[in-house]
Design a protein around this ligand. Structure first.
Ligand SMILES: [Zn+2]
Length: 350
Protein backbone atom coordinates (compact mmCIF):
# COMPACT_ATOMS: atom_id res chain seq x y z
CA UNK A 1 0.00 0.00 0.00
CA UNK A 2 1.38 3.42 -0.87
CA UNK A 3 2.24 5.36 2.28
CA UNK A 4 1.33 8.99 2.84
CA UNK A 5 4.41 10.47 1.23
CA UNK A 6 3.44 8.86 -2.09
CA UNK A 7 -0.07 10.33 -1.96
CA UNK A 8 1.38 13.79 -1.29
CA UNK A 9 3.65 13.38 -4.31
CA UNK A 10 0.65 12.31 -6.35
CA UNK A 11 -1.32 15.37 -5.32
CA UNK A 12 1.58 17.59 -6.34
CA UNK A 13 1.96 15.78 -9.66
CA UNK A 14 -1.76 15.98 -10.47
CA UNK A 15 -1.89 19.64 -9.59
CA UNK A 16 1.16 20.37 -11.69
CA UNK A 17 -0.28 18.40 -14.59
CA UNK A 18 -3.84 19.68 -14.58
CA UNK A 19 -4.17 22.48 -11.99
CA UNK A 20 -6.24 25.45 -13.17
CA UNK A 21 -7.04 23.74 -16.48
CA UNK A 22 -10.04 22.15 -18.07
CA UNK A 23 -9.82 18.36 -18.13
CA UNK A 24 -11.56 15.50 -19.85
CA UNK A 25 -12.69 12.79 -17.45
CA UNK A 26 -13.91 9.31 -18.28
CA UNK A 27 -14.28 5.89 -16.73
CA UNK A 28 -13.19 3.27 -19.28
CA UNK A 29 -14.05 0.59 -16.74
CA UNK A 30 -17.50 2.08 -16.23
CA UNK A 31 -17.36 1.81 -12.46
CA UNK A 32 -17.13 5.57 -11.95
CA UNK A 33 -20.09 6.86 -13.95
CA UNK A 34 -19.81 10.33 -12.37
CA UNK A 35 -16.80 10.88 -14.61
CA UNK A 36 -19.22 11.72 -17.38
CA UNK A 37 -20.83 14.58 -15.44
CA UNK A 38 -17.42 15.91 -14.42
CA UNK A 39 -16.11 15.87 -17.97
CA UNK A 40 -14.99 19.34 -19.04
CA UNK A 41 -14.55 20.62 -15.47
CA UNK A 42 -11.59 22.68 -14.33
CA UNK A 43 -9.28 21.05 -11.79
CA UNK A 44 -9.00 23.69 -9.09
CA UNK A 45 -6.50 21.74 -7.02
CA UNK A 46 -5.30 18.42 -5.62
CA UNK A 47 -4.81 17.79 -1.94
CA UNK A 48 -3.44 14.89 0.11
CA UNK A 49 -4.47 14.14 3.68
CA UNK A 50 -2.85 11.00 4.99
CA UNK A 51 -3.47 8.39 2.33
CA UNK A 52 -6.55 10.21 1.01
CA UNK A 53 -6.49 12.28 -2.16
CA UNK A 54 -9.01 14.99 -3.04
CA UNK A 55 -9.36 16.50 -6.50
CA UNK A 56 -11.45 19.67 -6.55
CA UNK A 57 -13.35 20.11 -9.82
CA UNK A 58 -15.53 23.05 -10.81
CA UNK A 59 -17.37 24.31 -13.89
CA UNK A 60 -14.93 27.22 -14.24
CA UNK A 61 -11.51 28.29 -12.95
CA UNK A 62 -12.87 31.29 -11.06
CA UNK A 63 -15.32 29.31 -8.92
CA UNK A 64 -14.41 29.91 -5.25
CA UNK A 65 -13.01 26.83 -3.49
CA UNK A 66 -15.87 26.88 -0.96
CA UNK A 67 -18.64 27.13 -3.57
CA UNK A 68 -21.27 24.38 -3.59
CA UNK A 69 -20.49 24.01 -7.30
CA UNK A 70 -17.14 22.43 -6.40
CA UNK A 71 -17.15 18.64 -6.54
CA UNK A 72 -14.51 16.67 -4.68
CA UNK A 73 -13.27 13.45 -6.21
CA UNK A 74 -12.08 11.42 -3.25
CA UNK A 75 -9.56 8.66 -4.03
CA UNK A 76 -7.99 6.09 -1.73
CA UNK A 77 -5.58 3.72 -3.43
CA UNK A 78 -5.86 0.93 -0.85
CA UNK A 79 -3.56 -2.03 -1.38
CA UNK A 80 -3.67 -2.27 -5.15
CA UNK A 81 -4.50 1.14 -6.56
CA UNK A 82 -2.13 3.17 -8.69
CA UNK A 83 -1.93 6.15 -11.03
CA UNK A 84 -0.15 5.93 -14.33
CA UNK A 85 0.90 9.11 -16.13
CA UNK A 86 1.66 9.58 -19.79
CA UNK A 87 2.20 12.70 -21.83
CA UNK A 88 4.56 15.04 -23.54
CA UNK A 89 8.18 15.27 -22.42
CA UNK A 90 8.21 17.02 -19.06
CA UNK A 91 4.66 16.07 -18.28
CA UNK A 92 5.50 12.40 -17.99
CA UNK A 93 8.22 13.04 -15.42
CA UNK A 94 5.57 12.02 -12.98
CA UNK A 95 4.87 8.68 -14.58
CA UNK A 96 6.49 6.59 -11.84
CA UNK A 97 4.67 8.26 -8.98
CA UNK A 98 1.93 6.48 -7.18
CA UNK A 99 2.64 2.95 -8.12
CA UNK A 100 5.19 1.13 -5.99
CA UNK A 101 5.82 -0.85 -9.13
CA UNK A 102 6.50 1.08 -12.29
CA UNK A 103 3.61 0.61 -14.68
CA UNK A 104 4.69 0.46 -18.27
CA UNK A 105 1.98 -1.63 -19.77
CA UNK A 106 0.33 0.83 -22.12
CA UNK A 107 2.70 1.40 -24.99
CA UNK A 108 0.38 0.22 -27.72
CA UNK A 109 0.97 3.23 -29.94
CA UNK A 110 4.29 4.81 -30.77
CA UNK A 111 5.54 7.71 -32.83
CA UNK A 112 7.67 7.08 -35.87
CA UNK A 113 10.63 8.21 -33.77
CA UNK A 114 9.94 5.52 -31.21
CA UNK A 115 8.37 7.94 -28.73
CA UNK A 116 5.03 7.56 -27.05
CA UNK A 117 1.93 9.24 -28.45
CA UNK A 118 -0.06 9.64 -25.27
CA UNK A 119 -3.14 10.90 -27.14
CA UNK A 120 -3.58 7.54 -28.76
CA UNK A 121 -3.09 5.45 -25.65
CA UNK A 122 -5.93 2.98 -25.37
CA UNK A 123 -6.89 2.74 -21.69
CA UNK A 124 -6.77 -0.64 -20.10
CA UNK A 125 -10.28 -1.91 -19.36
CA UNK A 126 -9.47 -1.71 -15.64
CA UNK A 127 -9.00 2.08 -15.66
CA UNK A 128 -11.53 3.47 -13.20
CA UNK A 129 -10.82 7.12 -13.96
CA UNK A 130 -8.90 8.76 -16.77
CA UNK A 131 -8.05 12.44 -16.53
CA UNK A 132 -6.77 13.95 -19.73
CA UNK A 133 -5.43 17.46 -20.25
CA UNK A 134 -3.68 19.38 -22.94
CA UNK A 135 -0.28 17.82 -22.40
CA UNK A 136 -0.91 14.40 -20.95
CA UNK A 137 -3.15 12.05 -19.03
CA UNK A 138 -3.39 10.14 -15.77
CA UNK A 139 -5.07 6.76 -15.38
CA UNK A 140 -6.33 5.48 -12.04
CA UNK A 141 -6.66 1.72 -11.58
CA UNK A 142 -7.66 -0.47 -8.66
CA UNK A 143 -8.51 2.11 -5.98
CA UNK A 144 -10.41 1.20 -2.83
CA UNK A 145 -12.37 4.45 -3.13
CA UNK A 146 -13.13 6.71 -6.07
CA UNK A 147 -16.22 8.80 -5.36
CA UNK A 148 -17.63 12.29 -5.69
CA UNK A 149 -18.16 14.18 -2.44
CA UNK A 150 -19.43 17.62 -1.55
CA UNK A 151 -17.79 19.81 1.08
CA UNK A 152 -19.60 18.01 3.92
CA UNK A 153 -18.54 14.62 2.60
CA UNK A 154 -14.95 15.74 2.38
CA UNK A 155 -15.10 17.07 5.93
CA UNK A 156 -16.52 13.76 7.15
CA UNK A 157 -13.47 11.96 5.73
CA UNK A 158 -11.13 14.48 7.35
CA UNK A 159 -12.90 14.14 10.70
CA UNK A 160 -12.04 10.45 10.77
CA UNK A 161 -8.34 11.11 10.27
CA UNK A 162 -5.63 11.86 12.79
CA UNK A 163 -2.86 14.41 12.19
CA UNK A 164 -0.79 14.11 9.03
CA UNK A 165 2.96 14.61 9.60
CA UNK A 166 3.31 16.05 6.10
CA UNK A 167 0.94 18.95 6.68
CA UNK A 168 2.07 22.28 8.09
CA UNK A 169 1.90 22.39 11.86
CA UNK A 170 3.09 25.85 12.88
CA UNK A 171 1.52 25.84 16.33
CA UNK A 172 2.32 22.22 17.21
CA UNK A 173 -1.34 21.19 17.35
CA UNK A 174 -0.88 18.14 15.19
CA UNK A 175 1.99 16.90 17.31
CA UNK A 176 -0.02 17.37 20.50
CA UNK A 177 -2.96 15.47 19.02
CA UNK A 178 -0.66 12.56 18.18
CA UNK A 179 1.00 12.54 21.59
CA UNK A 180 -2.34 12.68 23.41
CA UNK A 181 -3.89 9.93 21.31
CA UNK A 182 -0.96 7.61 21.96
CA UNK A 183 -0.74 8.29 25.67
CA UNK A 184 -4.48 7.85 26.22
CA UNK A 185 -4.46 4.33 24.85
CA UNK A 186 -3.94 0.86 26.26
CA UNK A 187 -3.29 -0.39 22.73
CA UNK A 188 0.26 -1.27 21.71
CA UNK A 189 2.29 1.45 20.04
CA UNK A 190 2.77 -0.88 17.06
CA UNK A 191 -1.00 -1.03 16.54
CA UNK A 192 -1.54 2.68 17.25
CA UNK A 193 0.87 3.71 14.52
CA UNK A 194 -1.24 1.82 11.97
CA UNK A 195 -4.43 3.49 13.17
CA UNK A 196 -5.19 6.36 10.76
CA UNK A 197 -7.16 8.12 13.51
CA UNK A 198 -3.98 8.35 15.59
CA UNK A 199 -1.71 9.43 12.76
CA UNK A 200 -2.65 9.68 9.09
CA UNK A 201 -0.39 8.45 6.36
CA UNK A 202 1.82 5.86 8.04
CA UNK A 203 2.02 2.41 6.52
CA UNK A 204 3.87 -0.72 7.43
CA UNK A 205 7.35 0.44 6.41
CA UNK A 206 7.30 3.66 8.40
CA UNK A 207 5.82 1.85 11.40
CA UNK A 208 8.60 -0.73 11.62
CA UNK A 209 11.39 1.73 10.91
CA UNK A 210 10.12 4.44 13.23
CA UNK A 211 9.93 1.97 16.12
CA UNK A 212 13.43 0.75 15.44
CA UNK A 213 14.83 4.28 15.30
CA UNK A 214 13.14 4.98 18.63
CA UNK A 215 14.50 1.68 20.02
CA UNK A 216 10.94 1.01 21.04
CA UNK A 217 9.35 -2.37 21.65
CA UNK A 218 6.32 -2.55 19.30
CA UNK A 219 4.22 -4.28 21.97
CA UNK A 220 4.40 -1.52 24.60
CA UNK A 221 1.00 0.05 25.35
CA UNK A 222 0.80 3.70 24.31
CA UNK A 223 -0.12 4.84 27.79
CA UNK A 224 3.24 3.68 29.15
CA UNK A 225 5.19 6.05 26.91
CA UNK A 226 6.39 9.45 28.07
CA UNK A 227 5.28 12.61 26.31
CA UNK A 228 8.90 13.34 25.41
CA UNK A 229 9.30 10.00 23.70
CA UNK A 230 6.11 10.48 21.71
CA UNK A 231 7.15 13.98 20.69
CA UNK A 232 10.50 12.75 19.44
CA UNK A 233 8.78 9.98 17.52
CA UNK A 234 6.53 12.55 15.85
CA UNK A 235 9.49 14.74 14.92
CA UNK A 236 11.33 11.74 13.51
CA UNK A 237 8.27 10.81 11.50
CA UNK A 238 8.02 14.34 10.08
CA UNK A 239 11.67 14.14 9.01
CA UNK A 240 11.35 10.67 7.48
CA UNK A 241 8.16 11.41 5.59
CA UNK A 242 9.39 14.80 4.37
CA UNK A 243 12.39 13.03 2.90
CA UNK A 244 10.02 10.48 1.38
CA UNK A 245 7.78 13.15 -0.12
CA UNK A 246 10.80 14.93 -1.59
CA UNK A 247 12.56 11.91 -3.06
CA UNK A 248 9.74 9.40 -3.50
CA UNK A 249 11.68 6.86 -1.50
CA UNK A 250 11.67 5.63 2.06
CA UNK A 251 15.19 5.57 3.43
CA UNK A 252 15.63 5.29 7.17
CA UNK A 253 19.19 3.99 7.52
CA UNK A 254 22.14 6.19 8.30
CA UNK A 255 24.89 5.87 5.68
CA UNK A 256 27.23 4.27 8.23
CA UNK A 257 24.80 1.40 8.79
CA UNK A 258 24.14 0.47 5.20
CA UNK A 259 27.15 -1.65 4.37
CA UNK A 260 27.85 -3.50 7.57
CA UNK A 261 26.40 -6.72 6.21
CA UNK A 262 28.65 -6.90 3.21
CA UNK A 263 29.12 -10.64 3.58
CA UNK A 264 25.37 -11.18 3.43
CA UNK A 265 23.62 -10.90 0.12
CA UNK A 266 20.23 -9.45 0.93
CA UNK A 267 17.48 -10.45 -1.39
CA UNK A 268 14.83 -7.93 -2.30
CA UNK A 269 12.07 -9.97 -0.64
CA UNK A 270 9.41 -8.50 -2.81
CA UNK A 271 9.72 -4.97 -1.53
CA UNK A 272 9.82 -2.40 -4.28
CA UNK A 273 10.05 1.36 -4.17
CA UNK A 274 9.87 4.17 -6.62
CA UNK A 275 13.39 4.97 -7.73
CA UNK A 276 14.63 1.39 -7.66
CA UNK A 277 15.83 1.84 -11.21
CA UNK A 278 17.82 4.95 -10.28
CA UNK A 279 21.47 3.96 -9.74
CA UNK A 280 22.08 7.03 -7.57
CA UNK A 281 19.36 6.04 -5.08
CA UNK A 282 20.08 4.16 -1.89
CA UNK A 283 19.34 0.55 -2.88
CA UNK A 284 16.22 -0.92 -1.41
CA UNK A 285 18.07 -3.62 0.51
CA UNK A 286 20.09 -0.93 2.31
CA UNK A 287 17.23 1.46 2.99
CA UNK A 288 15.68 -0.20 6.04
CA UNK A 289 16.79 -1.37 9.46
CA UNK A 290 14.17 -4.04 10.03
CA UNK A 291 11.39 -3.90 7.43
CA UNK A 292 11.28 -7.24 5.63
CA UNK A 293 14.62 -8.17 7.22
CA UNK A 294 13.26 -10.94 9.42
CA UNK A 295 15.79 -13.78 9.95
CA UNK A 296 18.62 -11.44 8.92
CA UNK A 297 21.02 -9.98 11.51
CA UNK A 298 20.26 -6.53 12.90
CA UNK A 299 22.43 -3.85 11.28
CA UNK A 300 23.52 -2.56 14.68
CA UNK A 301 23.80 -5.54 17.01
CA UNK A 302 23.68 -8.66 14.85
CA UNK A 303 20.67 -10.15 16.64
CA UNK A 304 18.22 -11.87 14.34
CA UNK A 305 15.41 -9.53 13.28
CA UNK A 306 12.00 -10.91 14.18
CA UNK A 307 8.54 -10.59 12.67
CA UNK A 308 5.04 -11.10 14.03
CA UNK A 309 1.48 -10.11 13.23
CA UNK A 310 0.39 -6.84 14.83
CA UNK A 311 -2.81 -4.99 13.88
CA UNK A 312 -3.32 -7.14 10.82
CA UNK A 313 0.06 -6.46 9.26
CA UNK A 314 3.47 -7.96 9.90
CA UNK A 315 5.69 -5.94 12.21
CA UNK A 316 9.47 -6.35 12.13
CA UNK A 317 11.80 -5.56 15.03
CA UNK A 318 15.12 -6.28 16.68
CA UNK A 319 14.45 -7.84 20.09
CA UNK A 320 17.77 -6.58 21.42
CA UNK A 321 17.88 -2.99 20.15
CA UNK A 322 14.17 -2.40 20.73
CA UNK A 323 13.98 -3.00 24.43
CA UNK A 324 12.70 0.40 25.43
CA UNK A 325 9.49 -0.31 27.21
CA UNK A 326 8.38 2.80 28.98
CA UNK A 327 9.62 5.98 30.58
CA UNK A 328 12.09 8.36 29.12
CA UNK A 329 14.37 7.81 32.11
CA UNK A 330 15.12 4.32 30.94
CA UNK A 331 15.68 5.39 27.41
CA UNK A 332 19.25 5.56 26.22
CA UNK A 333 19.91 5.84 22.59
CA UNK A 334 23.15 4.30 21.45
CA UNK A 335 23.24 6.44 18.36
CA UNK A 336 22.32 10.03 19.16
CA UNK A 337 20.88 12.89 17.17
CA UNK A 338 17.22 13.11 16.31
CA UNK A 339 16.16 13.33 13.58
CA UNK A 340 18.83 11.04 12.37
CA UNK A 341 20.88 12.27 9.51
CA UNK A 342 19.14 11.22 6.37
CA UNK A 343 21.66 13.05 4.29
CA UNK A 344 22.80 10.93 1.46
CA UNK A 345 24.53 13.15 -1.09
CA UNK A 346 23.73 10.84 -3.97
CA UNK A 347 20.08 10.54 -3.05
CA UNK A 348 19.56 14.29 -2.77
CA UNK A 349 20.95 15.45 -6.04
CA UNK A 350 17.49 15.60 -7.55
ZN1 LIG B 1 19.68 -4.89 17.05
Amino acid sequence: MPEGHTVHRLAAALEQAFGGRRVRTSSPQGRFPEAEQLDGSVLLGAEAVGKHLFLALAPAADVPADSPAVRQVHVHLGLYGSWTFAGEPGFADAHAIGAPRLRMGEREEAHGDGGLDWRRLVPRPTVRLRIAGEHGLADLTGPTACEVLDAQGRQAVLDRLGPDPLREDPDGRARRRFVDAVRRSRTTIGALLMNQQVVAGIGNIYRAELLFRARLDPFVPGRELSAGMCEEMWEDLVALMTYGARTGRIVTTQPAHRDIEARIVERSRGTRQNGDEDPSAVPREKSFYVYHRQTLPCRLCGTTVRSADLAGRTVFWCPRCQRVRRRRAGWTREHPATPWALADPAAQVA
